[in-house]
Design a protein around this ligand. Sequence first.
Ligand SMILES: Nc1ncnc2c1ncn2[C@@H]1O[C@H](COP(=O)(O)OP(=O)(O)O)[C@@H](O)[C@H]1O
Ligand SMILES: CC(=O)OP(=O)(O)O
Ligand SMILES: [Mg+2]
Length: 399
Amino acid sequence: MNIFVINSGSSSIKYQLFRWPAEQPVCSGLVERVGSAQATITHKVFDADGAPTEQRLTLPLPDHEAGLHEVVRLLTAGVIQDPGDIDVVGHRVVHGGESFSQATPITPEVKAEIKRLFELAPLHNPANYLGIEVAERVFPRARQVAVFDTAFHQTLPEKAFRYALPTALYTEQRIRRYGFHGTSHQYVAAQAVAYLGQPDARLITIHLGNGCSMAAVRGGRSLDTSMGFSPLAGLVMGTRSGDIDPSVLLHLTGPLGYSPEQVNTLLNKESGMLGLTGQSDMRDISQALAAGDTAAQLAYDLYAYRIRQYIGAYAAVLNGLDAIIFTAGVGENDALVRQLVCQDMDFFGLALDEAQNQQRQPGLRDLSAPGSRAKILVVPTNEELEIAQQCAALEASAS
Ligand SMILES: Nc1ncnc2c1ncn2[C@@H]1O[C@H](COP(=O)(O)OP(=O)(O)O)[C@@H](O)[C@H]1O
Ligand SMILES: CC(=O)OP(=O)(O)O
Ligand SMILES: [Mg+2]
């Protein structure tokens, strides 16, 4: 069986083709800086021993649709003979509301629900929906499956997912915390549990990509998470503000005369690291910092400070801490972020081995110094593999 997985993030498209049940990918790729004139595609094709041949393209990609068409072109130009060779397409879908807690075959009703949720995940659900429509056209024989970012967080207890608003706004309007990046939190938590050999470990998973979120996880269940009703809440992100006092919005729309549309754009697309420094990509901000830029210094400090606050909160939720796990583009690669987060954390039993922190190696890495009571891990996320596994489980249960 051939399972093709499409993971559209807010600034990237990741894809992998798996031949099942061997979990080794046949090809994988990453489209970065979607929406710019200098987008890049890194496309890898693996031989029978898993050795990659890599191709790198730089090209203008105005939007996700252009990116997806380029991905399909690369796939059908050598990796597969015929689009009919794909049996299942697994789609990452960011917002699934309360309707979905597991991998779901895509029907017209499911598509309508994904569309209804555009407003709550404006950077993601439209791109995910587009991916479904493109895949339905290009791979008409394949079964299309959605795996939702919100699904893993459906285990949150009510005290964690409810807001202190009038009850009817929850019961009639479904206004609550949903949480996102669930596929990633679930995957890295399972990897950490296997590494620690401790199924009941108290874990804080820290997903730092373009979007950023944290989760308190125990026994394979998400107990709390920093994103909320939409992927705007919580940590400081590439272009999103994270937590702010809601009365700032009233001040913007009242005395300052912003329209709701302008506030939406401001908070989702013009804030976060972009708002603080003028740049959203952490590699660019890191270069600015190295050149002595004081705005970049403040942005790094603020970014790490917010993560530290949530570590404190989630250690309380978990009544202790066995490991924190850094993952995604920034979490896996940016040693300074990890250093700023972990410094002066001895109260939580966290001590970072700075030499290990500077190493660049693939795979799971243990960065804890000897004597650190809680572990500090880097676990590369693999949302595509997790999605493929869930698609394969769905296929097995349907047959
Ligand atoms: N080597 C690196 N050092 C620092 N940051 C990096 C590095 N590689 C990628 N990143 C950052 O990771 C972020 C993208 O992460 P990713 O998980 O791919 O995001 P998304 O899935 O939200 O598009 C960007 O801010 C990028 O700058
Ligand atoms: C939900 C979310 O923010 O996703 P991403 O980090 O891929 O933008
Ligand atoms: Mg992502």
